[in-house]
Design a protein around this ligand. Structure first.
Ligand code: X90
Length: 278
C-alpha cells in the first residue's frame, strides 16, 4: 500500500518523517518575479532580493493541480494537512483536489485537515499522522484521531514585523501599526478561528523569547512534542530551545529553518513554535 504524508510548503521541511512526504507550493509574487516555494527555491537569494525591493508583493495558494501533484501518481492513502482556512484559500483548493484525486484514482483515500494554523504546528501534526500509521491504525481511525489531536496542538510566534501580513490584508492595519515601532516584537498565537492573534508587545529579543515561552505555557505546554522554526534567527531559536529544555529536559524538540512562505510572512528574525499540550 502506498502511503503519503502531504502538507503545503508552510510546513517547511519535516526531517523526522520516514514515510514519503510532499509539499504543495505557495507562490510569493513581486512585480518583478515569482517565487514558487518548492524544495529547490533558494530562500536566502529570495530574501536578498526583498532587501532592496520597495514595490508591492503578494502570495497565492497552491492550485488544485499543485495539490494533486503532491498527492503523488498512485497513492492509496494520503494524509494531509493544510494551512489555516482563516487566512488562505489553501485548504479549499486541497479539498477540491482530494475529491478529484479520489475520482481519478479509484479506491484511493485522501484526507486533508484544516490546521487552523501554519508553520511548525503542521510539522507536529504530520509527525502525529506518522505515529498513528506506525501504531497500525486504519485510515478512518486516523482521520478521527487527528481531529481530536488538533484540539491539543498550538502555534505561538514572536515577530518583529507583520508588514507583509498587513500588505496582503491578512491582519488589520491597526495591528500592523502597533508593531511597526522599531525593536518591538509581537508575541501571539494562532486563534481558534485560525487567524493571527497578537497577545503581547515586548522590547528586545531576550524578553521576546521569555514571553513566547510564557505564552506556550499559558496555552497548556507541559513538556510534550515541540517544533521550533525561525527565519534565520538561530540564536533566538536556540534560546527558546534551552529555555524549554531547562524545565522539560525530555521534551521531544527540534528546530527547522523557515522556507519561503514562512520567511515572507514571519519576516527576518521571526520565531514560530508548534507544540502539543499533552
Ligand atoms: O496566499 C495565501 O493563500 C497565503 C496566506 C497566508 C499564509 C500565512 C503563513 C504564515 C507563516 C506566520 C506566523 C504567524 C501566523 C499565525 C496565523 C494563523 C508564518
Amino acid at each position: 500500500m502506498k502511503i503519503r504524508l502531504v502538507a503545503d510548503c508552510s510546513a517547511n521541511i519535516c526531517e523526522n518523517l520516514t514515510y514519503e512526504a510532499a509539499y504543495a507550493p505557495l507562490t510569493i509574487c513581486t512585480s518583478e518575479k515569482e517565487y514558487k516555494d518548492t524544495l529547490d527555491l533558494d530562500v536566502p537569494a529570495m530574501l536578498q532580493d526583498f532587501k532592496g525591493y520597495k514595490g508591492t508583493s503578494s502570495t497565492a495558494c497552491p492550485s488544485t493541480i499543485d495539490w494533486m501533484e503532491a498527492f503523488g501518481e498512485d497513492s492509496d492513502v494520503v494524509l494531509g494537512v493544510s494551512l489555516t482556512s482563516g487566512i488562505s484559500g489553501c485548504y479549499n483548493a486541497a479539498v477540491i483536489a482530494a475529491k478529484e484525486y479520489m475520482k481519478e484514482h479509484k479506491g484511493s483515500k485522501v484526507f486533508i485537515l484544516d490546521s487552523l494554523s501554519t508553520g511548525p504546528e503542521l510539522e507536529v501534526l504530520l509527525e502525529k499522522y506518522q505515529d498513528y500509521l506506525n501504531e497500525g491504525l486504519e485510515f478512518e481511525e486516523i482521520t478521527e484521531k487527528i481531529q481530536e489531536y488538533l484540539k491539543h496542538s498550538h502555534l505561538c510566534f514572536a515577530l518583529e514585523s507583520v508588514d507583509n501580513f498587513a500588505r496582503n490584508g491578512r491582519v488589520s492595519p491597526l495591528v500592523a501599526k502597533a508593531v511597526g515601532i522599531l525593536g518591538l516584537r509581537i508575541v501571539g498565537r494562532a486563534s481558534e478561528e485560525g487567524t493571527l492573534e497578537p497577545l503581547h508587545k515586548v522590547k528586545g529579543e531576550k524578553r521576546g523569547v521569555a514571553t513566547l515561552y510564557q505564552t506556550m505555557k499559558d496555552e497548556g505546554y507541559k513538556g510534550g512534542r515541540v517544533s521550533i522554526s525561525h527565519s534565520y534567527n538561530e540564536k533566538a531559536a536556540e534560546l527558546l530551545k534551552n529555555t524549554i529544555l531547562e524545565e522539560y529536559p525530555n521534551a521531544d524538540l527540534h528546530i527547522t529553518i523557515n522556507r519561503g512562505l514562512c520567511c515572507y510572512y514571519a519576516e527576518m528574525g521571526g520565531l514560530l513554535v508548534g507544540f502539543e499540550d499533552l
